[in-house]
Ligand binder design. Structure first.
Ligand code: SAH
Ligand code: SF4
Length: 356
């Protein structure tokens, strides 16, 4: 198989050019052509030496996910179904807002972590996405899809648990932030995780993107039920790791995602436990109305309950917002992304857990 150049970040492209007998800076030129200018035809990369272009044509390719289907929502949100190698399908969602355009990017086909309220988790797990499949979602949105609005922000909140696909996700986020590629600042890229503690520690060494943590419960017993990875990495481990992630930057905050489940985690007692748990941590709590999917027994807390919960957090001095649900009419909202996952059984699940 030829090397897919979309799998390589700046250092990967530099090494490739050196291997082919050229200077490393040609790798940076390549990065610019592919990601900044959106060029995939080697002949159009006019400042590369002709012999390098010939070598690239011989040994490499630039292969993007295929767009299978595009569905706009009444509120402007656009969900896209992409086909990747092996006939798997993943979803990516563009959310236009007044002053920004956010792309919600997937990191895996399905997810092995089986959170009880998430339809991706309920679908099972097939495989990790490669760098090209992750960055390809952004490439398509920026260069091909003519978004009415520029992509200004990326959130790793699509299908999958990004920290369970660590190397590819970090490499793709490097390309997102690279000056010669998409130039997104560290404030514009957010990784959302359910809390794989050792990988969270490693993430701090590898990058400085914004962190969102799917908390959903402030006590272990309930969190074990909603977010089963909590049994392996309980709150006593997760919370210090999160504190550590932002400790060098006084202006940074952790975003805590908290899905509002009627009668499950939305009582005044739950609010008090949450306030206690997050005391002293620079925080922003994002309350997410539960988005239903077929077969689920959960219901969203009513709007008044969510507002009361939010006010309680605010009265204790916390920043708390309610996420506006977007793309609900097309199943593009949080936790509704399903793509097409051929679950490869519990063996995959056990492997993913072991590797984390
Ligand atoms: N695996 C990562 C990122 C993908 S999920 C994580 O769990 O953080 C992105 C967000 O959507 C998470 O906060 C997740 O808890 C939330 N979510 C999942 N299912 C949902 C649903 N049915 N309704 C609302 N939010 C949901
Ligand atoms: Fe996976 Fe996140 Fe869904 Fe949990 S909420 S199953 S970690 S995608």
């Amino acid at each position: 198989m030829p090397v897919n150049l979309l799998d390589l970040d700046r250092s990967g492209l530099e090494s490739l050019c050196v291997e082919l007998g050229f200077k490393a800076y040609q790798g940076r030129n390549l990065l610019k052509w592919i990601h900044k200018h959106g060029v995939v035809d080697f002949d159009a990369m006019t400042d590369l030496p002709k012999r390098l272009r010939e070598e690239l044509l011989l040994h490499t390719e630039i292969r993007l996910p295929k767009i299978v289907f595009e569905q706009p929502s009444l509120d402007g949100t656009i969900k896209r179904l992409l086909e990747i190698d092996g006939g798997q399908r993943i979803e990516t969602v563009f959310i236009p807002e007044e002053n920004r355009g956010t792309l919600c990017v997937s990191s895996q086909v399905g997810c092995a972590l089986e959170c009880s309220f998430c339809s991706t988790g309920q679908q099972g797990f097939n495989r990790n996405l490669s760098v090209s499949e992750i960055i390809g979602q952004l490439w398509l949105a920026v260069h091909l899809l003519n978004e009415q609005q520029a992509v200004t922000n990326v959130v790793m909140m699509g299908m999958g648990e990004p920290l369970a696909n660590f190397d590819a996700v970090v490499s793709a986020m490097d390309i997102m932030q690279d000056d010669l590629a998409y130039q997104l600042s560290k404030h514009k890229v957010t990784l959302s995780t359910s809390g794989i503690v050792p990988a969270l520690k490693a993430l701090r060494q590898a990058t400085d993107v914004c962190l969102a943590v799917s908390l959903h419960a402030a006590e272990n017993q309930l969190r074990d039920e909603l977010v089963p990875i909590n049994k392996k990495y309980p709150l006593e481990q997760l919370i210090p790791a999160c504190r550590e992630y932002i400790k060098d930057d006084k202006r940074r905050k952790i975003t805590w995602e908290y899905v509002m489940l009627d009668g499950v985690n939305d009582s005044n007692r739950d609010a008090r436990a949450l306030i206690r748990l997050l005391e002293g941590i620079p925080s922003k709590v994002n309350l997410i109305p539960f988005n239903p999917f077929p077969g689920t027994a959960y219901r969203s807390s009513p709007a008044e309950r969510i507002e009361e919960f939010r006010q309680r957090l605010r009265r204790s001095g916390m920043i708390a917002t309610t996420r506006k649900t977007r793309g609900n009419d097309i199943d593009a909202a949080c936790g509704q992304l399903v793509g097409k996952v051929n679950d490869r059984s519990n063996r995959q699940l056990r492997m993913a857990m072991r590797n984390t």
